[in-house]
Design a protein around this ligand. Structure first.
Ligand code: BGC
Length: 284
C-alpha cells in the first residue's frame, strides 16, 4: 500500500488571517526573535495585541519581528533581557508598563538546548539550560503574577486578570536521552506551571502550557534538514508531518484569549501525536 501522504517534502500550511481575539491586550513574548517565539509574537500582534518582543542577542532579528507586527497594523517594541537574570526581567516588565501601561499576557517561551551524553555533560551545560528554561520561566511568571494581582480584572479587556502560557515540550513527559538537562527543565516547567495555576486561580489568573512536538525551527534543524533525517523523524510522528511555527502561534492566540477562558492548568500538546507512543502502532 502506498503511503497515505508523501513523506518528503513536508506539507506547508498557509498562514490564515487571524481573528482579532486579543484587541487591546499587551503581551510579552520571551525569546521572540526566532523560532516558535517569533511566530507567536507575530500571531499575537496579528490578533490585536501590543507585543514586547524580547530577545537576548541579535537586535536586528528582534527588530524585524517588530516590523512584521507593525506591518500587520499592530504595535510592538523590542526589549533585550536575559530571562535568567532577575534584574533584566524586572526591567523588562517596567519597560512594558512604561510603553503600554500594563501586561495582560506572558508567553514564557525563551529556551535553549545544550545537548550531550550524560557522562560528558558539563555542569555549565546543565546549569545554563535549567537557568534559562526553568528559572527564566519562574522569574517572568512571578513578575506577571505580581502585575496581574495588582491590577485585577478589567472586564472590557478580558474576563481574566491575566494569562501565562509556558512553552514546554513533549519532553515534559517523553524522556530524552542525550538531552537530560532539557528534559529535566521541561519536566520542571510542567509542575511549576500546574503549581502556579493552582495557587493563582482565585485571582482569575490563567496559567497553561503549550507542549510542541517537532516544529521546524533552528533549534532542531538536524531533525529535518535532509530527506533521510526527515524520514527518521516521521517514525516518531503518527500524523506524518513536521509542525510549522505559525501553528503554535495560532494555538497561543486562542489559549491567551477569552475563547479558552475555562482552560486552566493544562498542558496542551501540539505534536501530531508524538506523545501517542508511536512505536506501539505495530509493536507491543
Ligand atoms: C525540542 C526539539 C525536538 C522536539 C521533539 C522540542 O522540545 O526542542 O529539538 O525536535 O522537542 O523531540
Amino acid at each position: 500500500m502506498p503511503d497515505p501522504v508523501p513523506a518528503y517534502p513536508p506539507v506547508h500550511m498557509p498562514d490564515v488571517p487571524h481573528r482579532r481575539l486579543l484587541e487591546g491586550q499587551t503581551a510579552i513574548v520571551t525569546g521572540a526573535s526566532s523560532g516558535i517565539g517569533r511566530a507567536v509574537a507575530i500571531s499575537l500582534g496579528g490578533a490585536g495585541a501590543n507585543v514586547c518582543v524580547n530577545y537576548v542577542s541579535g537586535p536586528d532579528a528582534a527588530q524585524a519581528v517588530v516590523a512584521e507586527i507593525q506591518g500587520l497594523g499592530g504595535k510592538a517594541f523590542a526589549q533585550a533581557a536575559d530571562v535568567s537574570k532577575e534584574a533584566d526581567v524586572i526591567a523588562m516588565f517596567d519597560a512594558v508598563r512604561r510603553e503600554y501601561g500594563t501586561v495582560d499576557i506572558l508567553i514564557n517561551n525563551a529556551g535553549l538546548q545544550q545537548d550531550s551524553k550524560i557522562e560528558d555533560m558539563t555542569l555549565a551545560q546543565w546549569q545554563k539550560v535549567i537557568d534559562v528554561n526553568l528559572t527564566g520561566q519562574f522569574l517572568c511568571a512571578r513578575e506577571a503574577v505580581r502585575e496581574f494581582k495588582k491590577r485585577g480584572v478589567r472586564p472590557e479587556i478580558s474576563c481574566a486578570a491575566g494569562k501565562i502560557i509556558c512553552m514546554s515540550s513533549v519532553h515534559e513527559v517523553i524522556p530524552w536521552g542525550g538531552h537530560v538537562n532539557y528534559a529535566a527543565s521541561k519536566g520542571g516547567v510542567m509542575l511549576m506551571m500546574k503549581s502556579i495555576a493552582q495557587e493563582v486561580a482565585p485571582w482569575r489568573i490563567r496559567v497553561n502550557s503549550i507542549c510542541p512536538g517537532a516544529i521546524r525551527t533552528p533549534i532542531n534543524t538536524a531533525a529535518w534538514d535532509t530527506p533521510e533525517h526527515y524520514a527518521a523523524l516521521m517514525k516518531l510522528i503518527p500524523y506524518k508531518r513536521i509542525g510549522e511555527a505559525p501553528e503554535i502561534g495560532r494555538v497561543a492566540v486562542w489559549l491567551a484569549s477569552d475563547d479558552s477562558d475555562y482552560i486552566h492548568g493544562v498542558s496542551l500538546f501540539v505534536d501530531g501525536g508524538m506523545t501517542l507512543y508511536p512505536g506501539f502502532e505495530t509493536g507491543g
